[in-house]
Write a protein that binds this ligand. Structure first.
Ligand code: ATP
Ligand code: MG
Length: 213
């Protein structure tokens, strides 16, 4: 029987390309399932049929001419649908919702790295998310070049093709968010040699401290 929680819990994983978000999210999902938490896993952009269609537009290498404002609004559109269709209803059902990236990614990529006004993204974000905020966001902070190398193990999508300098700015954006919201947004420093299991245990610890409070 699944555990009964007093309320829904929203947990997001953040970080630069190839830092291990998807790998770790799957492990975390498996762990919480085994521990009988009522858990589900989703991702951004995407997570709904409409969101997945938006994701294809965003990551398509043929859309190299996309303006950063268009990009921002497409991420927000996907997010709006995900909130309405998945996140709000599941949190109301007192589930643990795990999400691969969230509004913080738009703030880091399009805001800090892409020069879109950060307060404007935040304002739009509050509207789009209907005020839903993660209870915990874990920033997997692997050296940027290492993540890009790992991501290059497969073919690069449109966002990954941007320069190393751009991704360094993304990282600094995430660090800025961590400074501003230390209770919610926690940095997990990762060295190139850290194993998947080792990182998983750190994530597990952070997540359990939120689920058991
Ligand atoms: N601790 C680790 N050590 C070595 N390789 C790893 C580690 N964690 C993940 N990887 C590998 O690095 C690659 C990128 O990992 P993953 O896809 O989980 O990253 P991601 O953050 O989801 O990337 P993206 O931003 O592209 O979605 C994968 O090939 C994965 O198997
Ligand atoms: Mg991924």
């Amino acid at each position: 029987m699944a555990k009964n929680l007093k309320r829904g819990t929203f947990i997001t994983l953040e970080g630069c390309e190839g830092c291990g978000k998807s790998t770790q999210l799957k492990l975390l999902y498996g762990f919480l399932k085994k521990e009988r938490f009522p858990v589900l896993m989703t991702r951004e952009p995407g997570g709904t049929a409409i969101g997945d269609a938006v994701r294809r537009v965003l990551l398509d290498v043929r859309n190299g001419g996309m303006s950063v404002i268009c990009e921002t609004l497409l991420y927000m559109a996907s997010r709006a649908q995900l909130v309405e269709e998945v996140i709000l209803p599941k949190l109301q059902e007192k589930k643990v919702v795990l999400c691969d990236r969230w509004l913080d990614a738009t703030i880091a990529y399009q805001g800090y790295a892409g020069s879109v006004d950060v307060p404007w993204i935040e304002r739009l974000g509050r509207w789009v998310t209907q005020g839903v905020k993660p209870d915990l966001s874990l920033f997997l902070d692997l050296p940027v070049a290492c993540g890009l190398r790992r991501a290059r193990g497969r073919s690069l999508d449109r966002m990954e093709k941007k320069s190393l300098r751009f991704h360094e700015k993304v990282r600094r954006g995430y660090l800025e968010i961590a400074k501003r919201e230390p209770k919610r947004f926690k940095r997990i420093p990762i060295r190139e040699t850290d194993g998947i299991g080792e990182i998983h245990r750190k994530i597990q610890e952070g997540v359990l401290s939120v689920l058991c409070r």
